[in-house]
Design a protein around this ligand. Structure first.
Ligand code: C2E
Ligand code: CA
Ligand code: CA
Length: 736
């Protein structure tokens, strides 16, 4: 026989006797063909645990190794010591244990010549079960030897398999625990079951639905392999009545169902039970069953965990205070709205000055207010508009064009809100947007915030609609703010001064300080442009403090030139007022430049007053106590606030330039007359700004307006030039 013939022969698998159970696989390795025949004859009828024997054959060391390498689960080798060489068998033993790393196969060494017995050491070192001379091996003796070797093999297998099984179960369970959705979990059950049993993952996991519409319907929660498409559908959709029937049987009988080509595993859980249908490609043995039981028990726990996870996740997507969807969920809802291409409107609504509520009335009241707002929104909009809380004092809305409008939002917030004992009026500023070119929920969110910012910046009607240009505009504004900050720190800003005069005598009585931002090319960015940015970014606090100091310092110089106690008017923005030590700051600067409090007049706009009356009144009182004057700038533009103006500790009304321009028309004159009279009634002084012509001047004189300022007298001028002009003209401006 040639080597290759033998190899073919050796690999031949001899049919085991028919039996339901897998046979013991025994390898006979001997260079004597007769021994193969005799051994088979002796053991052919052996049944151990109802399992027959299946023989494999090898005739040399190499062949022995080859069979063991390619055939799994060989239980024992009857190994001849002397084959192609004197110690071929011993060589094979070493290779089996060391190279193949096969510790499980039982080895019985046989030899024809008693003299060739291996040393004791080899027997222990290589875990050899038995050593026999061939003459020893009568049928009975051979049987005893083989049976005990096979028993020993079975024990070893059980131990290793259950160890491996345990590892697999732990691994499978750990993998599953990472799946936090019921779908992923169910899919995981199918794949983990399959991999644990060494099958290819072809199967599905079903639960019985409790829905009223389809009671008893079997829903596929997880699936793998060629069943993957079945997920989230009814089992019926598979159009495999056999499978459906076996799954139903499994759930009804609450037990595993073993079929020829598949197994249906019953999975018990609190409240839920499920069935996993898995295609079989091999017969499951005892150990498989043990592993399954442990695994399935683990899964029940897993199912409950997943339910818990879903609850936790629900919590992760809700704002605990209001019970509304939170920002994360809102972003997802936005995404969903884009994905299904609904033509919807999105709004970001900011509660103005919420932090004041928190600071003055306490956080509990603040929380109650937020809850009241959320409740009011939900109730007013009902199902039609999604309401979410996406920031501390920011709400997000999604609704149709018809339902979600600025008017509606305003209407809903018109009545003040009850927060515990307190009734709190709320001003809402909102940014609205539509889909435009948004690709993601985050894009929409960004657009909404840009619109919101714009609404705040322009103090429009409390809302703005996003327009794609705004994005560019925002970038431009950010750049401007950045440059303003840099130029301020580089001391490139300037304060110019415009004289204010007594309209009767044309004598200078004071100045208004006006900020200037010169550019490299000699031009100026108008304060109307950059002041709102400075206010919005908060930069105005630092810059304003500097203007105040610069103005007071300059007033000293101007006064010394003119030798009289002149006055300085300085514009103040709301963020400056919000720094609570503002009155102290003013006092410090006045002291520093030895100026009496009457020498300073702060100009605040009507909108400042309206913005936050309580806070403004508080600060104004403190300024008043220190003797600092306050004028209402741009008076008449807002005009809604007469009520407040009356209660504020003010000194002066500054009539807005827009009225001055119309002062010579009949209507214009009536308005100015009204304002002037109002000033008299409120015992406030009046000053007119923007006087450009003698005719305008004449009008104001006639209406008893005492003071004025404008190009007719002087333009805003840098300090050095102004000092020069004043000293030349002897502090008179008749000539200008
Ligand atoms: P405002 O307080 O109403 O200042 C008066 C504005 O009218 C100034 O514009 C001034 O240059 C201009 N003006 C004065 N006389 C005439 C005139 O006869 N005709 C015309 N057409 N205009 C005249 P300006 O300097 O561009 O300032 C614009 C606004 O910027 C100011 O309005 C004020 O609200 C704000 N602002 C300027 N400086 C500061 C500052 O230091 N702090 C703050 N918070 N705001 C400032
Ligand atoms: Ca002013
Ligand atoms: Ca003004």
């Amino acid at each position: 026989m040639t080597q290759s013939d033998r190899l073919v022969f050796s690999k031949e698998v001899e049919e085991p006797k028919p039996s339901g159970k897998s046979p013991w696989r025994v390898l006979i390795a001997d260079d004597d063909a007769e021994i193969h025949a005799v051994t088979k004859l002796a053991l052919g009828d052996l049944m151990l645990d109802e399992r027959p024997i299946q023989f494999f054959h090898a005739y040399s060391c190499d062949e022995t190794i080859e069979v063991l390498r390619t055939e799994p689960n060989i239980a024992m080798v009857l190994l001849d010591v002397v084959m192609e060489c004197d110690d071929a068998g011993l060589k094979a033993v070493r290779m089996i244990r060391e190279e193949l790393g096969n510790d499980e196969v039982r080895i019985v060494l046989r030899t024809g010549q008693p003299g060739y017995a291996p040393e004791e050491q080899v027997i222990t070192e290589y875990d050899i079960n038995d050593y026999k001379t061939k003459t020893d091996l009568t049928r009975n003796k051979l049987l005893t030897t083989v049976v005990s070797a096979l028993r020993s093999y079975r024990q070893i297998r059980t131990i290793t398999q259950s160890r491996q099984g345990l590892e697999k179960i732990i691994h499978a369970a750990a993998n599953l625990m990472e799946q936090h959705s019921i779908i992923a979990f169910s899919e995981g059950v199918v794949t983990q079951l399959a991999s644990m049993l060494g099958m290819s993952p072809e199967g599905l996991l079903c639960v019985r639905t409790q829905e009223r519409e389809h009671p008893d319907d079997l829903l596929v929660l997880g699936a793998a392999g060629h069943y993957a498409g079945a997920i989230k559908h009814s089992v019926g959709a598979l159009e495999k009545p056999d499978i459906e029937r076996s799954i139903r049987e499994c759930i009804e009988k609450k037990q595993h169902i073993f079929l020829d080509h598949a197994t249906v595993f019953y999975i018990e859980g609190k409240g839920h039970c499920a069935a996993a249908y898995l295609e079989n490609h091999r017969v499951l043995d005892e150990i498989d069953h043990q592993m399954l039981e442990i695994f399935l028990a683990n899964i029940s726990v897993g199912f409950e965990n997943v339910n818990l996870f879903e609850e936790l996740r629900a919590a992760a997507y809700r704002d605990p205070l209001t019970g509304l969807p939170n920002r994360q969920e809102f972003t997802r809802l936005l995404q969903e709205s884009i994905d299904i291409n609904r033509d919807e409107v999105y709004a970001i609504c900011d509660v103005s000055h919420f932090s004041d509520v928190n600071e003055t009335l306490g956080q509990d009241v603040g929380n109650m207010l937020l809850k009241a707002i959320g409740d009011r929104f939900s109730e007013a909009f009902g199902e039609r508009v999604i309401v979410a809380r996406i920031g501390a004092d920011v709400f997000g809305l999604i609704g149709s064009r018809k339902d979600l409008t600025p008017e509606r939002v305003r209407q809903i917030c018109r009545e003040s809100f009850m927060a515990g004992e307190d009734r709190i009026p709320v001003v809402m500023t909102s940014g609205f947007t539509q889909k435009h070119h948004a690709k993601s929920g985050l894009d929409i969110l960004k657009q909404g915030y840009i619109a919101l910012k714009t609404a705040k910046l322009h103090r429009l009607e409390g809302y703005a609609y996003f327009h794609p240009d705004m994005e560019e505009e925002t970038a431009r504004r950010l750049d401007l703010v950045r440059r303003l900050g840099a130029d301020f720190r580089a001391e490139k800003l300037q304060v110019w001064f415009q004289p204010q005069v007594n309209l009767k005598t044309r004598e200078i009585i004071g100045f208004e300080a006006l900020l200037r931002w010169p550019q490299a090319d000699g031009s100026f960015i108008p304060p109307d442009v950059f002041i709102p940015l400075a206010e919005y970014s908060g930069l105005v606090v630092e810059i304003g403090a500097w203007v105040l100091e610069e103005s007071c310092r300059s007033l000293q110089e101007l006064s010394s030139v003119c030798g009289q106690e002149l006055r300085m008017a300085v514009n103040v923005s709301i963020p400056q007022f919000r720094t609570l030590d503002f009155p102290d700051q003013v006092e410090r600067i006045l002291t520093q430049y030895h100026l009496g409090p009457g020498r300073l007049e702060l100009e605040i706009t009507e909108s400042i007053v309206m913005d936050d009356p309580a806070m403004v009144i508080e600060i104004l009182k403190r300024l008043r106590e220190r003797g600092v004057g306050v004028a209402v700038d741009d008076f008449g533009v807002g005009f809604s606030s007469l009520n407040y103006i009356q209660r504020l500790p003010l000194n002066k009304l500054k009539i807005d330039r827009s009225f001055v321009q119309n002062s010579t028309t009949k209507n214009g004159r009536v308005i100015i007359e009204t304002i002037a009279r109002m000033g008299h009634q409120l015992e406030l002084a009046t000053i007119a700004e923007g006087i450009e012509t003698e005719e305008q001047l004449q009008t104001f004189r006639e209406l008893n307006v005492q003071e004025g300022q404008g190009y007719l007298f002087a333009k805003p001028t840098p300090l050095p030039k102004l000092l020069e002009l004043l000293s030349e003209s002897g502090c008179s401006i008749e000539n200008h």
